[in-house]
Design a protein around this ligand. Structure first.
Ligand code: BGC
Length: 998
C-alpha cells in the first residue's frame, strides 16, 4: 500500500561494539548541521510517495566512514547496506540524490548530483559523478532503492564535507617555537623536551553560520576552542614520512565558536616526527644514533579556522606569527616510547579561553625561521651483492623545517579512547608500591585519580606481566622507558590526569609515591586504538577457543593504532610488513579496516625502495639490515589484494598498481630461472622450530603468490594483457617450483611443515598431488606429536596457512585437534599459561619456566605479549570452522561451509559440537551457527539482503537435508546445486535459514 511516511531515524549501529555512542555524541556535539539534519528528518515528513518498508537502505557511508568531514577525493564513493527480513530481498535499482543543504535534499532538489534511477544491484563504493566538488563543499545525500517487486524506499540522510583541495586554500603557515637546544647526541641519556602550547584570541563579529578547523602538525596536536577539546582524535595527524606527505584533519566547530571573543589553543608534541621511535636508540641508527629527531627537530603546527557568517561573509583565523607559544606548561616530557611527565602545578587554567593573560608567553615563529640544524643520519646500506655484509653508514642531513611535499586529508579512522577498564586487583609487592591489575593486556593510557599535597610526585610504570614474586616485569620494553610521572598541584577536591602524548602496551600499572593507600578508583585503563568498528563474533563449545578468540581481537585492537604495528609495548611499534601480510585477512574479519588499510597502504606504496622492493616495515624511517625481507616485501601486493577481496574495492588496486608493477619488475629481475633466491633479511619462517625452511624456497613461494595475486588484480581493473602476463609468470614459477621441489609422490624436497603448508596454501602443487601432499604434512604433524609437544614446528609464515590447508585436504579433524591442543606449541598452551592476548612466542611465559621459554633460553627483550601473527588462526575459525567465506571479491556472493569435526575425533578436549559466529560484511551481517546433536547436524545461517550464498551442508544425500523442517525440494527460493564429497550444496538467496540433516 502506498503511503506517506517519515524516514525513521535509526542510529547507525556499525561500530557499536567499539564506540558508537562515542561517535554519535561526538557527531552531535561537533556537527551542528547533523543535529539540524536529524531534527528535520524527525519532525518533517518527507513528501515522497513510497512504499512501506520491507527493504531499507541503511548504514550509509562515504569513503568507508559515517558522515566524514574533510574528504579530498574528487569523486567520493558512497556505500549503503540493505536491511530486510524477507528472503531473497534484492535491490533492483537505486537513485542517489546529493544536495548542498538539508533543505534542498528534503525537497528532492539535488543541486550537486542526481544519479537518476539506475538499474543496478550495487550498493558498494558508487563514485559520485555530479558537479565538480569544491573545497569546503557540504554534501547531504540519500538513496532510494527499489526491491524486486518494484517498491521503493528512501534512506535517512547522510553527509560528507570536502576538505581543502587546492594548496592555495591554505592561508595558514606552519608555526613553531624558537628552538635553541643543540642537537642531542647522547645515546646514554634521554632527551625529553616539554610539549608546547599555542594560543590565539580572535573576535567573531557576526552571527555564525558554520565554522570549520583544518589542522595538521609535524608532531602530534590536540586543539581546543574556548577551552573545549576539538574532536577526540589522539595522535593526529598520524605517522607518515613527513618529508613526503602529511595529513590534515577537519573538524566542524560551529557549536564551539561564539559571537564575540574566542580563543583557539593547541597542544603540540614530538610524536613520530621528532620523538623517540622504533629501535633507533637500541640499534644505533637514525639521527645521531639517538633514536629521535628522525624527520626533524622541532614540532610545528598548521591550522586554520574558517568562519562563515550568516550574512555570507567569511573569516579565516590561520596559524601565523600572531599566535603565542609556551613550553612552560604542565607537560614537561611527552614521548611515545618514554612516557609523559605532567607537573599539575604548572597548569594554566583558562589558557585556551579568551581573556587569559599570555603576556609571559613568547610570540610563535614561523617554523621556517628556526635555523638550519646540521646532523648526521645513520642507517644500514644494502651490500653490493648478495652474501656481502650490510653496514651502517652516516650521511649529513639538516633537521630544519621542511614542508611536507604533499598535504592530504586524513583518509583513515582516528585513534580514540574506545573503552575503559577497571582494575580487578591491587597488590603491593613492596612498601609504598602498588600494582594495579587491569585483567586485560591492551594498548592505551590510564586515568589517575588522586588527592594529596602539592608537589607529591607519583611514578607510573607499566608492564604486561608480573614476575612470580609479584614485581612488575617490563624487561621486554627494552629502550622504551614507558614511565609516566604526575606531580600534584594539591587540589583539595582531588585531581585527575590522563597522558596525551604517549601510550603503553600493558595490563599492570605500578604506582609509586601515591599519597596514602590507593583504592581501585585511583587507576582506570583507557583503551586507545584506531576506531575500526568490530565486525566478528565467535563462540563454541570449547571455552579455550572462546578465550583465544578474545585474545586475537584484543591483540588486533592493541596493534591497530594509526598503522598495523607488530607490538604496542617495546621500542618497535613498527608497521612490520611480514606480520601485516600474515594477518591482514584476519584483520578484515575482525574489524572494518577498509579505511584503516587504505590509509596505511599509502605509506606502504610511498616507502617503496629505489630497487622496487618494499621495505621490512612502513613507514620506513631508517634502514635496519637489508632494506627488505622475502615475504615481508610481498605485503605490498598481498595487502591491497586482501582489501579488494574483503570490500570489493578496485580503486585500491588502481592506486597501488604502478608501485606493484615496479615491485614485480624487481622480483623478476632478482629471480633465477623463475625461482627465488637467498637475498634480503633472513627472517624467513620467523620463530619456527626445528628444521629451517630455506630462504630461497620461501622466496620462490612468495614470488609465485605475488604473481598470482597480480594476475587476479590486473583482471579486476580491466588490464587483461597484464592479467595474462602475470598468469603466465605464475605458471612459469609453478613449473620451475615443481621441477625443483616436488616429487611424484607429493613429497617436497624441503621437508618442513612450513614448506608443505605454504606450497599448498599458495596453490603451487598440481591438483592430483594436493591431497597426497596434504597427507604427508598431516603425517608429519602426527609423527611429531609427543606427550608434551604438539608436533607443530611452523613459525610466522607457516602457521597462518597450516589449519586452512589441513581442512582443505580432508584433514579437518587434525586441524581441529591442533586448534584445541594445549600442548606446547599451540594456541591452547598459551591460553593455559594465562594469556589475554596473542604472544610473540608460544612460550613467552610458562608457568613452569617463567619468561625464559621452554628451554630457558628465551631472550626477554624479544618477548612481546601482544603480537598478532599467530592470531591469524582466527581466519580458520571464521572461514573454516564456522564456514563463512566470500565467494569472489566483496561478499556479494557468499559461501557457508562449516567444518564440524567428527564426533569423538578429539577425545582429549571438550568436543567442538557447536559454533556460533558472525561477520559484518560490507553488505551486512552473515551468521553461521551450527550444532551437532545426537547424530543430527543443524545450521542456522543468515545471508544479508541483496547477496546470495552457496551453502554446504555435510550430508551424503539431499534427501537427508531439510530446511525449516521441510525437504529441500519443497522450500521456495532455494536450489539444490549438487552433491559432492559428502556435501549437499545448495544455492540460497538472502535471508535466514535453518538446515538440518537426519
Ligand atoms: C618484530 C616482528 C618482525 C620481525 C622481523 C621483530 O622485531 O617484532 O614481528 O616481523 O622483527 O623479523
Amino acid at each position: 500500500m502506498n503511503k506517506l511516511i517519515s524516514i525513521p531515524v535509526k542510529p547507525n549501529l556499525r561500530g557499536t561494539n567499539f564506540s558508537a555512542y562515542h561517535l554519535m555524541w561526538s557527531n552531535f556535539l561537533n556537527n551542528i548541521w547533523l543535529i539540524i539534519t536529524v531534527a528535520l528528518m524527525t519532525f518533517l515528513p518527507l513528501v515522497v510517495k513510497i512504499q512501506a518498508a520491507e527493504m531499507l537502505p541503511a548504514s550509509l557511508r562515504c569513503e568507508y566512514r559515517v558522515n566524514p568531514q574533510g574528504i579530498d577525493e574528487p569523486q567520493p564513493r558512497l556505500t549503503w547496506e540493505i536491511e530486510s527480513d524477507q528472503r531473497g530481498a534484492k535491490q533492483t535499482a537505486y537513485h542517489i540524490l546529493v544536495a548542498s543543504s538539508v533543505k534542498l535534499l528534503k525537497q528532492n532538489t539535488a543541486d550537486l548530483w542526481d544519479s537518476g534511477k539506475m538499474s543496478s544491484g550495487n550498493t558498494v563504493n558508487i563514485p559520485y559523478t555530479g558537479k565538480p566538488l569544491a573545497s569546503r563543499q557540504q554534501c547531504f545525500w540519500k538513496v532510494c532503492v527499489w526491491d524486486n517487486d518494484g517498491q521503493a524506499q528512501w534512506s535517512e540522510t547522510a553527509a560528507w564535507t570536502m576538505g581543502l583541495l587546492r594548496p592555495e586554500d591554505w592561508q595558514a603557515d606552519y608555526i613553531s617555537f624558537r628552538d635553541t637546544t643543540p642537537v642531542w647526541t647522547n645515546t646514554e641519556k634521554l632527551f625529553l623536551p616539554p610539549a608546547h602550547q599555542f594560543r590565539k584570541e580572535f573576535n567573531a563579529a557576526k552571527k555564525i553560520q558554520r565554522a570549520t578547523i583544518y589542522a595538521t602538525a609535524l608532531g602530534i596536536h590536540e586543539l581546543y576552542l574556548n577551552g573545549q577539546r576539538v574532536g577526540d582524535a589522539r595522535f593526529a595527524p598520524g605517522w607518515t614520512d613527513y618529508h613526503q606527505r602529511a595529513y590534515y584533519n577537519t573538524y566542524d566547530v560551529t557549536s564551539l565558536v561564539k559571537r564575540g571573543n574566542n580563543a583557539l589553543g593547541a597542544w603540540v608534541g614530538d610524536g613520530w616526527y621528532s620523538g623517540y621511535i622504533g629501535f633507533g636508540l637500541l640499534t644505533g641508527i637514525g639521527t645521531e644514533k639517538i633514536g629521535r629527531n628522525t624527520y626533524g627537530k622541532t614540532p610545528a603546527l598548521m591550522a586554520q579556522l574558517e568562519i562563515e557568517y550568516t550574512d555570507g561573509s567569511h573569516e579565516v583565523i590561520p596559524t601565523d606569527k600572531s599566535w603565542k607559544a609556551t613550553g612552560d606548561g604542565p607537560v614537561r616530557e611527552g614521548d611515545f616510547l618514554m612516557g609523559e611527565t605532567y607537573d599539575a602545578r604548572k597548569e594554566m587554567p583558562g589558557w585556551a579561553k579568551p581573556g587569559f593573560d599570555d603576556s609571559k608567553w613568547e610570540p610563535a615563529i614561523l617554523a621556517s625561521k628556526n635555523s638550519s640544524v646540521p646532523a648526521t643520519f645513520y642507517e644500514y646500506q644494502n651490500p653490493q651483492k648478495p652474501g656481502d655484509a650490510v653496514e651502517i653508514k652516516g650521511r649529513p642531513i639538516d633537521l630544519d623545517f621542511k614542508r611536507p611535499a604533499k598535504l592530504e586529508a586524513f583518509p583513515g579512522l582516528p585513534v580514540r579512547p574506545i573503552e575503559e577498564i577497571k582494575p580487578i586487583a591491587i597488590t603491593s609487592p613492596t612498601n609504598g608500591v602498588y600494582i594495579f591489575n587491569l585483567g586485560q593486556n591492551f594498548a592505551g593510557v590510564v586515568r589517575l585519580k588522586v588527592k594529596g599535597p602539592a608537589g607529591t610526585d607519583i611514578q607510573l610504570r607499566y608492564g604486561e606481566m608480573l614476575y612470580p614474586d609479584g614485581r612488575l616485569m617490563n624487561d621486554n620494553y627494552r629502550k622504551a622507558r614507558a614511565m609516566d610521572y604526575y606531580i600534584l598541584r594539591g587540589d583539595k577536591s582531588g585531581e585527575e590526569w590522563t597522558a596525551r602524548f604517549t601510550f603503553h602496551g600493558f595490563q599492570y600499572v605500578e604506582v609509586t609515591g601515591f599519597p596514602g593507600k590507593p583504592d581501585k578508583d585511583a587507576i582506570t585503563g583507557i583503551v586507545l586504538h584506531s576506531d575500526t568498528p568490530l565486525t566478528s563474533g565467535f563462540e563454541c563449545s570449547d571455552p579455550m577457543a572462546n578465550r583465544l578468540f578474545k585474545n586475537v581481537v584484543w591483540t588486533q585492537r592493541a596493534n591497530f593504532l594509526d598503522l598495523p604495528t607488530d607490538c604496542p609495548q617495546r621500542d618497535e611499534r613498527f608497521g612490520w610488513m611480514g606480520d601485516a601480510q600474515i594477518y591482514v585477512h584476519c584483520a578484515t574479519l575482525n574489524a572494518d579496516v577498509a579505511a584503516f588499510y587504505s590509509k596505511w597502504l599509502r605509506e606502504v606504496m610511498e616507502a617503496q625502495r629505489p630497487s622496487g622492493t618494499f621495505p621490512g616495515y612502513c613507514p620506513y624511517p631508517f634502514q635496519h639490515g637489508w632494506d627488505f625481507g622475502t615475504a615481508w616485501c610481498d605485503a605490498g601486493v598481498i595487502c591491497p589484494w586482501t582489501i579488494w577481496q574483503a570490500y570489493g574495492d578496485t580503486r585500491i588496486i588502481e592506486r597501488c598498481w604502478p608501485y606493484l608493477v615496479k615491485f614485480m619488475d624487481w622480483r623478476k629481475s632478482t629471480s633465477t630461472n623463475y625461482l627465488g633466491i637467498v637475498h634480503g633479511n633472513d627472517w624467513g619462517d620467523w620463530l619456527s622450530f626445528g628444521g629451517k625452511t630455506p630462504l630461497d624456497y620461501v622466496d620462490s613461494v612468495y614470488f609465485a603468490y605475488s604473481a598470482n595475486l597480480m594476475s587476479q588484480m590486473a583482471a579486476a581493473i580491466g588490464k587483461q594483457t597484464e592479467a595474462a602476463e602475470y598468469g603466465e609468470l605464475f605458471n612459469g614459477i609453478k613449473s620451475a617450483f615443481n621441477a625443483k621441489y616436488v616429487h611424484a609422490d607429493g613429497s617436497l624436497a624441503v621437508d618442513t611443515e612450513t614448506a608443505y603448508a605454504l606450497a599448498l596454501y599458495m596453490d603451487l602443487l598440481p591438483p592430483d598431488l594436493r591431497v597426497k601432499s596434504g597427507k604427508i604434512l598431516a603425517d608429519k604433524l602426527r609423527a611429531g606429536e609427543t606427550v608434551d609437544n604438539s608436533g607443530m614446528t611452523t613459525g610466522f609464515l607457516g602457521t597462518r596457512p597450516l589449519l586452512p590447508v589441513l581442512t582443505s585436504v580432508g584433514e579437518n579433524n587434525l586441524a581441529v585437534k591442533h586448534f584445541q591442543s594445549r600442548k606446547f606449541p599451540s594456541w591452547g598452551y598459551e591460553v593455559d599459561q594465562g594469556a589475554t592476548t596473542i604472544w610473540e612466542h608460544w612460550d613467552s611465559y610458562t608457568k613452569a619456566h617463567g619468561f625464559g621459554g621452554m628451554d630457558g633460553k628465551q631472550n626477554a627483550s624479544m618477548n612481546s605479549f601482544a603480537h598478532y601473527s599467530f592470531g591469524a588462526v582466527c581466519e580458520w575459525m571464521i572461514n573454516d570452522l564456522a564456514g563463512i567465506q566470500s565467494d569472489g571479491p566483496g561478499y556479494a556472493k557468499i559461501i557457508i561451509k562449516p567444518h564440524p569435526p567428527t564426533p569423538g575425533s578429539n577425545p582429549d578436549h571438550p568436543p567442538i559440537n557447536w559454533v556460533k559466529a558472525h561477520y559484518d560484511s560490507i553488505h551486512g551481517r552473515i551468521t553461521s551457527n551450527w550444532r551437532l546433536k545426537k547424530g543430527r547436524f543443524e545450521l542456522e545461517t543468515t545471508i544479508p539482503a541483496n547477496t546470495t550464498a552457496t551453502v554446504y551442508v555435510p550430508a551424503a544425500s539431499a534427501a537427508q537435508v531439510t530446511e525449516g523442517g521441510k525437504l529441500l525440494a519443497k522450500v521456495k527460493g532455494i536450489r539444490l546445486l549438487r552433491v559432492e564429497d559428502g556435501w549437499v550444496v545448495i544455492a540460497v538467496e538472502s535471508g535466514s535459514y535453518c538446515f538440518a540433516t537426519n
